[in-house]
Design a protein around this ligand. Structure first.
Ligand code: NDP
Length: 332
């Protein structure tokens, strides 16, 4: 089967492509730079002759995916703007590209009878409430929705809140589209928490590292950033597998899968990596004695496990990611 992957030159998209190829799928990657496409294959030789590329300059433009979807059996729509620093216009930088990109791909798929399912990479940030006290003991599941309103999303000066809203409203728009238009294909979402993992996608400098890995990189790049952050995390390789599960499992028809391993505690990251790599102590931040707060919000991954998804241990994730980050930094 042929799978269109958007955002294929990004952090998650590149892993989705590699995992699909390893599972016997053919992949068509949508890119906005052919140079990046070549770099991606250079970095991942297993993609050579297994992936073709289609140029989609702007996912927001009308008919952007008209040619890209032709002949595809499945779509993995991974592309969406993911940044929350220096946001100056919530609507044009985040809300519109997330929303219009999603609607464009669903509309284009109406014209390709072969499409059986569209898998959209949504997010845990479409699920959780990040404006309330993080230590209020919530455990989030697929039933929850981030309560932010569209008006708040337009007005907020908090770039992270605007990013969260862009994912929420894109997912809602996709679900409404399917209800109203009753397409011949079905749709589902994969909702990852903070995705950490070895970066295998093209990047020019370590400063252009994707947003989620930057959190880990700041703890191991010699800048000695203070570890003071708690969230929930998942390995990028598990997210890639989750996209395969989302394509293959009949239960995921119109489904929603929260994909998350467990707590991400920056103190623990530093402890684990200092223990594993004593020779790198000079560049790894020192853990503080801030205790683990059990009232911090949690993610319930039982549905994903019931569908057969397996998870990397957090230790393995941090070790593999640190090694790859140090390797890439040396090469750049
Ligand atoms: P990246 O920034 O590495 O990848 C984003 C991808 O989307 C890139 O390939 C980028 O293209 C493409 N893209 C962004 N904006 C546009 C646009 N306007 N037009 C065309 N393409 C665009 O981030 P991730 O891989 O981490 O994110 C991928 C998806 O996963 C996003 O939908 C994100 O919301 C979601 N997600 C990520 C999480 C994380 O912690 N990383 C957690 C939960 C969800 P190009 O390569 O050309 O720059």
């Amino acid at each position: 089967s042929l799978v269109l992957v958007t955002g294929v030159t990004g952090f998650i998209g590149s892993h989705v492509a590699v995992t699909l190829v390893n599972n016997g799928y053919r992949v068509r990657g949508a890119v906005r730079s052919m140079e990046k496409a070549e770099e991606l294959v250079g970095l991942n030789p297993e993609l050579k002759d297994k992936v073709e590329f289609v140029f989609v300059k702007d996912i927001v433009a009308p008919n952007a995916f008209k040619d890209a979807v032709q002949g595809c059996d499945y779509i993995c729509h991974v592309a969406s703007p993911f940044f929350y620093e220096n946001v100056t216009d919530n609507k044009t930088q985040l809300l519109d590209p997330a929303h219009k990109g999603t609607i464009n791909i669903l509309e284009a798929s109406l014209n390709e009878p072969k499409v059986k399912r569209v898998v959209i990479t949504s997010s845990f940030v479409a699920i959780g409430d990040f404006m309330k006290d993080p230590y209020s003991g919530s455990t989030y599941t697929e039933k929850d929705w981030n309560p932010i309103s569209y008006e708040e999303a337009l007005e907020t000066k908090n770039g992270f809140a605007a990013y969260c809203a862009s994912k929420k409203f894109a997912e809602i728009a996709a679900r409404n589209f399917v209800k109203e238009r009753q397409p011949h294909y079905d749709m589902c979402t994969v909702n990852p928490s903070l995705v950490i993992g070895p970066p295998i996608h093209p990047m020019k400098t370590m400063e252009s590292l994707n947003a989620s890995n930057r959190l880990l990189w700041s703890l191991i790049n010699g800048s000695k950033a203070q570890p003071s952050f708690q969230h929930v995390q998942v390995d990028v390789r598990d997210i890639a597998n989750a996209h395969v599960v989302a394509i293959e499992k009949p239960e995921m028809s119109n489904g929603r899968m929260l994909v998350s391993k467990g707590p991400f505690i920056t103190n623990d990251v530093c402890k684990i990596l200092r223990e594993e790599f004593p020779e790198m102590k000079d560049v790894i931040s020192e853990p503080t004695d801030v205790p683990f707060n059990d009232k911090h919000y949690k993610s319930d991954n039982s549905y994903s496990i019931s569908l057969g998804l397996q998870y990397y241990s957090e230790k393995q994730t941090y070790i593999d990611t640190a090694l790859k980050l140090w390797e890439r930094a040396k090469q750049l």
